[in-house]
Design a protein around this ligand. Structure first.
Ligand SMILES: C[S@@+](CC[C@H](N)C(=O)[O-])C[C@H]1O[C@@H](n2cnc3c(N)ncnc32)[C@H](O)[C@@H]1O
Length: 225
């Protein structure tokens, strides 16, 4: 399971929630609308980090499982989410340790860029979803103009000394959709989250003026028939 990405997240865990990451938090309402969590839903938060969507699921009475490969992230998530179950597993090592049809909802938020083999991963998610289940995936928008972003301060503290650029992947929307279709999942909805006021405090004024209104995050929903 060793990788530089794992080392970075183990190191960054303690600071991950200390300074809320405005980029990640702009998507929350859109993701919750796409997930449409109901009381009693079985939710898997894949690559759960410190358990953001597990917490949201618990609030609505869902039965929540968080999975991540970082021990440090999982320890924080478990401390913040009494009543949820957490599992340490590498998403690139299928099968995931759950029975077929175990979940009605799966969220994979901001982790696809760390994962090779989107087709195998989506096939595994399709196995885990029961009929009528849904998968919601968020990614940096393929058209996000990040070169024009200039932050006032470092956005994600910790782990900066390790270069994980070689372990990052940037999937196109076509590749993500093809992986879903070949897994038997139907594209059902797509939401673009744009740069708005919520990002203003972390960007320099010049940068905010340049990127305001441009695409930031893409949230995709796929349904299992
Ligand atoms: C940017 S964080 C997102 C965390 C959370 N989903 C959120 O939205 O706050 C990416 C997460 O993916 C996890 N991760 C990266 N590669 C992984 C892998 N191969 N298997 C399991 N988890 C992985 C990291 O440990 C980290 O917690």
């Amino acid at each position: 399971m060793e990788s530089d990405t794992l080392r970075v997240y183990d190191q960054a865990a303690a600071a991950y929630d200390a300074e809320p990451n405005s980029v990640l938090f702009t998507e929350t309402a859109a993701v919750l609308a796409l997930l449409d969590l109901r009381k009693g839903d079985a939710l898997l938060d894949a690559a759960c980090g410190t358990g953001k969507y597990v917490r949201e699921g618990l609030k609505g009475g869902a039965d929540c499982v968080g999975l991540d490969f970082s021990r440090e992230m999982l320890a924080l998530a478990a401390a913040k989410c009494p009543g949820a179950r957490f599992v340490r597993h590498d998403l690139m090592s299928p099968p995931l340790p759950f029975a077929g049809g175990a979940f009605g909802k799966i969220i994979l938020a901001h982790a696809l860029w760390h994962l090779a083999g989107v087709a195998a991963l989506f096939a595994e998610f399709a196995r885990l979803l029961g009929p009528g289940g849904r998968l919601v995936v968020t990614v940096t928008h393929p058209e996000a103009a990040f070169k024009r972003f200039e932050y006032r301060r470092e956005d994600c503290p910790g782990g900066d000394e390790i270069d994980i650029s070689k372990e990052r992947r940037r999937y196109t929307l076509g590749e993500i959709t093809a992986a879903a279709l070949s897994a038997g999942l139907r594209p059902a909805a797509a939401e673009t989250i744009q740069v708005d006021e919520r990002l203003r405090p972390v960007l320099t004024e010049e940068s905010y003026a340049r990127v305001r209104g441009t695409p930031l995050i893409l949230a995709l929903r796929f349904d299992k028939p």
